[in-house]
Design a protein. Structure first.
Length: 62
């Protein structure tokens, strides 16, 4: 596997910065979706992790 397997969570877990490749990799791996699926979700509901998690049917961050 790649070095991205041990990515630490972003500092601000309430928002997803789609311009930050490490955040995209983190959230895509956490929710087991592709970066393209993550991007589509963010485009649909905005960058709130709670809203994206709801749309994807995934567990939101505490």
């Amino acid at each position: 596997m790649s070095d991205d397997d041990d990515l630490p969570p972003p500092w601000d877990t309430s928002r997803i910065d789609m311009h930050d490749n490490r955040q995209v990799a983190y959230w895509a791996e956490r929710w087991n979706v592709t970066p393209m699926q993550l991007e589509a979700a963010v485009d649909s509901v905005g960058d709130s992790t709670a809203a994206v998690a709801r749309l994807l049917g995934k567990k939101a961050v505490p």
